[in-house]
Every structure is written in structure tokens, then in C-alpha cells.
Design a protein around this ligand. Structure first.
Ligand code: AMP
Ligand code: MG
Length: 400
């Protein structure tokens, strides 16, 4: 067995960042910038009012209450035509440009109007409620640097500077296949010995949740020719993926052909990692495509995805932060285990009370017991030993 960190390092070293493409910002949510973005425009583009009210000369409000003559009205989108002279005011709506001559805005709530006269009830300083040009962004400024993950707020900023194209890392297309003669898909009755495929569905969902494009490569039997054809199409064909996940067929069984086929097609390493679940991992590069031969047990395939595939795929997509957050939590109940030279990743539910995490077992901890994985919000990291007791502080990997 090899330590988890060694296996993770081996995988990461063979998962280089993907090429970059030009896309419209609106098609780039969740993608990673491959180049910085500059603005040629100021935001806001002109000085404007932050309030509905009256544009005035601040000096005219000295000794308020004061009466001023209303000489114009400015709506958002209007172009000021009239200058504010001493003793005058212009009625102005939020977002309208500041008229020449005015250097402050008094909010409408602090005024009263009679005919063409407005009484200002308070003294205001120069710049009151004025949003000056470039207060958010200056022309020539770097708005975002390479490596930035684009969130909804970033798309808003890009729109506000008139950006129609960004250079981002390609969205990752990741193929997923389930291997095993016993697997069927769909609601038809199970024939003797058959089970329903769970892994392809959970793995495609994990990919979607992580912001990648899952490509369903279907069910593949435990047959060397069929596996070779499926991996070849996914890794070497015209429509090849950026990476491929398979599940099953990487253990010690007589029909575990995934590792055999990957060895033939590419540069493959079959690892026994000192973890439970998810000890076996076949990782290979076929052509230039990283292939993750995940174990078949449903919990193992998901845990293996979390520990190996997700960080590596994030690295390929250009992310800097690869791992799930790890926090300390207080254990409620016990998480017993035995000495076996492995680090255990127990499925736990987590609650946050007054800023502190509490975790408890999410149910049956067998690698075939997917219900506990479904219920889990976190994986408790139990180093080799006899487990953790009620009240112990344990390290957990937050899954959500
Ligand atoms: P394997 O790694 O192929 O030896 O499979 C280990 C265990 O996981 C066996 O009990 C398989 O039947 C089961 N298994 C493999 N693939 C899947 C799958 N896609 N969905 C549900 N169970 C699976
Ligand atoms: Mg199998």
C-alpha cells in the first residue's frame, strides 16, 4: 500500500491544465480566467446621484433651512442642459448625471417644494450623495487577474465594462462509464445475479455539481475487447474527453480487466492506497487523456472521486483551490475502527452550531452502503488506530 498523499501527487502530476478558449462572459460562469481582464471604461462612467432629490451647490445649504429656485428636472438617462447657479437647484433622480455647477445632492426626504421653490432642511457637504466617475473602476485598471473563477458578480462586472469576450480555461468534458457484467440500467426487473448501476449516476452528478460537463459513456461488460473499444473512443477518438472516469474492474478478481486494458492502451499505474474505502485505484494516461479507474463499490467510487478525481479535474480546469475544506468537529457517538494500516474516511452528517461543527455517523459504513454516503455531508478522517470516541475532536472533509 502507498500513502494517500503519494497517490494524489502521482495523479496531480499527470493532470495538466487544459487549453484556453475565447467565450462570451455569459457562457463562462464557473470557468477560470486564463488571462487578466482590463477595462478601458470608467465605472461609473460619469458623476451621478445616489439619491432622488435636488442637485445643489453645497454652499447654498449653509444656514439651512434655505429656499432655492428649481430650474430643471433630470431623470436617469437624461443629459444635463442647464447649469445650477447660486441660489438654484435641479430636481434629480437616482442615476442621473450631476448637472454642471452642482456639487452635492440633498435627498428628497429633507426637502419640501412649493411651486418652483424648494426648501432644503439640512446643510450638506460637497460631494453629498454624489457617485463620482470611476469610483468603482478606473480606465486602464486590471479588473480581474488570471486564475479568477467567474461567479455571477464577475459576470455583472464584465457586462458593466462592455466586455464581450474573455479567455477562459475550456469547460472540462469528463466521460463516465460503469463496468461489470452484473450491471443493468433502468426499471426492468432484475434477473438473477444482476444489480442496477448506481455509480455512473452518482459520478455524473458529482461532475455536474463540480461544474464539469459529464459525458455518459454507458455500461461496459467485463470484456477486454469491449473495454478497449470504450476507452479508445473516449480517449483517442475525434470526440475525446478531457478526462475519463470508469468504475469497477480494478480489484483482484478474475474478471477485473480495466487495469489490464488501461495498461495496454496507455501509461497506467495500479495503486493500492492506504485508505478505506477506495483502496484500489488504476490511474493512467491514454493518449493525453487522464483515466481514473475507480473502484466498483458505490461508496468507494464516490470517495475515490472526492480524493483523486475532483482535485485533479479542478487542477485541469485551472482552479487554484483543489481540495474540499477540512475542519475540526466534535464527534457525537463513536466511530470505531480497527488497526489496518489505512486512513479511514467515515461518512458523517455535520451540523454547525454557534460556529462549531458537530458530526455523527451517517449510517452503515460498508463500502456497498450508499445510503449513508447519500446522507453524509462530510467524511471524518480517522488515522490508523481504534477509532474515535464520543466527544473527540475529529478532522472532517466537508462535502457541502
Ligand atoms: P468491482 O470493483 O468490479 O469488483 O466491484 C465491486 C463491487 O461493486 C461489486 O459488488 C460490484 O457488483 C459493485 N459494483 C460495481 N460497479 C457498480 C455500479 N456501477 N453500481 C453499483 N454497484 C457496482
Ligand atoms: Mg466488477
Amino acid at each position: 500500500m502507498i500513502p494517500l498523499e503519494e497517490a494524489q501527487k502521482y495523479v496531480l502530476e499527470r493532470c495538466p491544465v487544459v487549453a484556453s478558449v475565447k467565450r462570451h462572459p455569459n457562457d463562462s460562469l464557473g470557468l477560470v480566467l486564463a488571462a487578466e481582464v482590463m477595462t478601458t471604461e470608467a465605472v461609473p462612467p460619469f458623476a451621478n446621484t445616489a439619491m432622488d432629490g435636488f442637485a445643489v451647490r453645497a454652499s447654498d445649504t449653509q444656514g439651512a433651512p434655505k429656499q432655492l429656485k428649481v430650474v430643471d428636472t433630470l431623470a436617469a438617462g437624461a443629459v444635463p442642459q442647464v447649469m445650477v447657479q447660486a441660489g438654484e437647484a435641479i430636481r434629480i433622480m437616482t442615476g442621473a448625471p450631476m448637472p454642471p455647477g452642482a456639487d452635492a445632492v440633498i435627498m428628497v426626504e429633507l426637502t419640501s417644494v412649493e411651486g418652483d421653490q424648494v426648501t432644503v432642511e439640512a446643510e450638506v457637504p460637497v460631494g453629498n450623495h454624489v457617485r463620482s466617475a470611476g469610483e468603482d473602476l478606473q480606465p486602464g485598471q486590471t479588473v480581474f487577474t488570471a486564475g479568477q473563477v467567474l461567479t455571477p458578480g464577475h459576470l455583472g462586472v464584465l457586462a458593466s465594462i462592455g466586455c464581450a469576450e474573455v479567455l477562459v480555461r475550456e469547460p472540462l468534458r469528463v466521460g463516465v462509464m460503469s463496468t461489470g457484467d452484473e450491471l443493468i440500467d433502468g426499471p426492468q426487473p432484475l434477473a438473477p445475479g444482476q444489480i442496477r448501476d448506481a455509480n455512473r449516476h452518482s459520478l455524473l452528478a458529482l461532475l455536474a455539481e463540480a461544474g464539469f460537463v459529464g459525458v455518459d459513456l454507458g455500461l461496459v461488460p467485463d470484456d477486454q475487447e469491449a473495454l478497449e473499444e470504450a476507452f479508445s473512443a473516449a480517449c483517442l477518438g475525434e470526440q475525446r474527453c478531457h478526462a475519463v472516469l470508469s468504475s469497477g474492474g480494478v480489484s483482484m478478481g478474475d474478471f477485473d480487466f480495466v487495469k489490464v486494458v488501461l495498461d495496454r492502451l496507455g501509461d497506467m499505474r495500479w495503486m493500492q492506497v492506504a485508505i478505506k474505502p477506495a483502496k484500489p485505484l488504476a490511474f493512467g494516461v491514454v493518449g493525453e487523456v487522464p483515466v481514473f479507474g475507480l473502484p466498483g463499490n458505490p461508496v468507494s467510487s464516490m470517495v475515490s472521486f472526492e480524493l483523486f478525481a475532483r482535485p485533479a479535474l479542478r487542477a485541469m480546469a485551472g482552479h487554484g483551490e483543489l481540495e474540499r475544506p477540512r475542519v475540526l468537529a466534535t464527534l457525537e457517538g463513536a466511530l470505531p475502527r480497527h488497526l489496518d494500516g489505512k486512513t479511514h474516511f467515515s461518512r458523517v452528517t455535520a451540523t454547525l452550531v454557534d460556529g462549531r461543527y458537530w458530526v455523527r455517523s451517517a449510517g452503515g459504513q460498508g463500502s456497498h452502503q450508499l445510503s449513508a454516503m447519500a446522507a453524509a455531508d462530510a467524511l471524518a478522517v480517522l488515522s490508523d488506530g481504534t477509532g474515535a470516541q464520543d466527544g473527540d475532536q475529529v478532522e472532517v472533509l466537508l462535502l457541502r
